[in-house]
Ligand binder design. Structure first.
Ligand SMILES: Cc1cc2nc3c(=O)[nH]c(=O)nc-3n(C[C@H](O)[C@H](O)[C@H](O)COP(=O)(O)O)c2cc1C
Length: 508
């Protein structure tokens, strides 16, 4: 029995019993005074649209806020610590919510961070800071190299890959509708394109994983014909081949029979009510030459739409080998998404999330520098993901060499995720990462889509303000020298010392 429906039945029963007892035993108004406000609060909770937790758990949901005011939950997502080494949860989590709700996002009193701990990072401002209005504040990034005939003009910040199946129908709808409002793109994740990705008509990056969901043969291999059909959809602006994601690189997945409903099966091109495996690697390619052929095939069948790859850096030599094949064939992807080992997931083994895959900053610098060294960077745009949710995080990624960024978990928080850590149990209390219809019905698509657009706009605004303070007029002018890292109490290094630039063509 779900709390929402339970509450409605219980209220009707209580009202009936109160009326009956009043009629028979005349107990006075005291019973109404006790039950009335509770029922009133409950119905208010059920009908309001802003707090999913209260819509899903009327009356009871208030205890969460009460308990949280006494002791905020520990959030795994935020990494900064205060002077006592405690994670700074509240400030960053509030920041995402405040930006999503479009309320004041300034903080009083000053920094809460320990600025003397090693690892603390900051940006250089300028004595000749410029006005925000002088900065190119709506930069678009054109993605598409020489082989691409339909380049996509992308926003600097987009929604990272999260599938329908991992996310609820209402979550997918809210993200796509928000993307439409804010003119940015949503990555479908590897679970194929659902009707909910298409209904609001926001731009899509269609991701193809090892299961080839939405473009697979009965045996589970890649099917060029169904691929071409979906790739031709207007909403599909770019296609991303997922090689790996930071939270579980080299790990396959299983869609259990119980979750494989006829609806999901139809979207993913699989048999309903059966276990469906996505292998740890692709069957369409097993070496650099085959990967490049696959990119060519997709580009041809997608009528020249941009084709990219997503990876978390593992063995460096494997990436270098791909670059050499690009040079040899003259065929390059249009974009590469570098995901950090610190990236998120709906479900992964602990060891994979914590101890596999290069962290974003190291992986991004390596991929950027290798492309520059081979003279390939001009053709290929770089997208960075991994705990990027503030203007500074964007600036840092761009300084390292990214052209644009994407975020997943911050977008989940924008639509109400409270980090209940229930994504893998189907019982997400706020209806974001669940297929439970009652829980997801609490997530109001209209309200949350506005929050997605707000979060996008306000985060980019904070980024613009930051680079204006540094006197930088345009995002692509950010350089490694703009960012500092404390190495020890008396030692500070600039990013260009930690990640020295590679000269163009130096690796040829
Ligand atoms: C619920 C959830 C589902 C995800 N599903 C996918 C997926 O289908 N494909 C993929 O490449 N990455 C997936 N990711 C990883 C994100 O796309 C992203 O790479 C990673 O979370 C880093 O971004 P973040 O730190 O902003 O969350 C998922 C992440 C989350 C939290």
């Amino acid at each position: 029995m779900k709390v929402r429906t339970g509450f409605i039945y219980l209220s009707i029963l209580t009202l009936f019993l109160t009326a009956a007892s009043y009629f028979y035993w005349k107990p006075g108004l005291w019973s109404l005074i006790i039950t009335g406000p509770i029922i009133f609060i409950g119905f208010y909770d059920l009908t309001q649209r802003r707090q999913t937790i209260l819509r899903n758990f009327p009356v009871l949901g208030h205890f969460r806020y009460l308990l949280e005011s006494i002791r905020p939950e520990i959030m795994q997502y935020f990494v900064e610590t205060d002077t006592q080494g405690r994670p700074i949860n509240r400030m960053f989590r509030s920041l995402i919510y405040q930006r999503a709700k479009d309320v004041t996002d300034t903080v009083p009193f000053g920094t809460q961070m320990d600025v003397y701990r090693s690892g603390y990072e900051w940006m250089d401002h300028s004595m000749y800071a410029i006005d925000e209005s002088q900065v190119n504040n709506k930069p678009r990034i054109s993605v598409g190299g020489k082989g691409c005939s339909q380049p996509y003009s992308a926003s600097l910040l987009n929604v990272s890959a999260m599938s329908y199946g991992s996310l609820s129908k209402n979550a997918v709808l809210a993200l796509n509708k928000g993307a439409k409002m804010g003119d940015f793109a949503q990555n479908t994740g590897e679970g194929s394109i659902s009707p909910f990705h298409l209904e609001p008509e926001g731009d899509l990056i269609w991701q193809i994983g090892t299961g080839y969901f939405g473009c697979r043969t009965k045996a589970g291999n890649f099917c060029p014909d169904t691929f071409a059909e979906k790739a031709s959809l207007d909403s599909v602006k770019m296609i991303e081949i997922k090689i790996s994601q930071g939270a579980k690189p080299g790990h396959g997945g299983i869609l259990p029979a119980a979750k494989n409903t006829p609806e999901i099966a139809a979207i993913r091109d699989v048999e309903p009510h059966t276990d469906v495996h996505s292998p740890p690697s692709h069957s369409a390619f097993s070496n650099p030459a085959e990967l490049i052929d696959f990119i060519s095939l997709l580009r041809e069948r997608a009528n020249g739409k941009p084709i990219g790859i997503k990876l978390c850096v593992g063995k460096k030599q494997e990436f270098i080998d791909i670059c050499k094949t690009m040079l040899k064939t003259g065929i390059t992807p249009d974009f590469i998404t570098v995901d950090g080992g610190e990236g998120g997931t709906g479900a992964a083994p602990v060891e994979f999330s914590n101890s596999l895959g290069m962290p974003l900053r190291d992986g991004l610098a390596f991929v950027h520098d290798t492309l520059v060294g081979f003279g390939l960077k001009d053709e290929i745009k770089l997208i960075a993901s991994g705990k990027i949710f503030t203007g500074f995080h964007i600036a840092r990624a761009l300084a390292l060499g990214a052209d644009m960024v994407s975020c997943a978990r911050a977008m989940m928080m924008a639509i109400g995720c409270i980090q209940a850590l229930e994504c893998n149990t189907n019982s997400c209390p706020v209806g974001v990462a669940t297929q439970d219809k009652t829980l997801m019905s609490g997530l109001d698509v209209n309200d949350k889509s506005v929050r997605v657009a707000n979060f996008h706009r306000k985060t980019l605004k904070s980024f613009t303000e930051l680079i204006a303070a540094a006197g930088v007029k345009s995002p692509e002018k950010l350089e490694r020298k703009h960012i500092n890292r404390r190495i020890g109490m008396n030692l500070i290094k600039k990013y260009d010392e930690i990640f020295p630039y590679t000269e163009k063509n130096a690796l040829l």
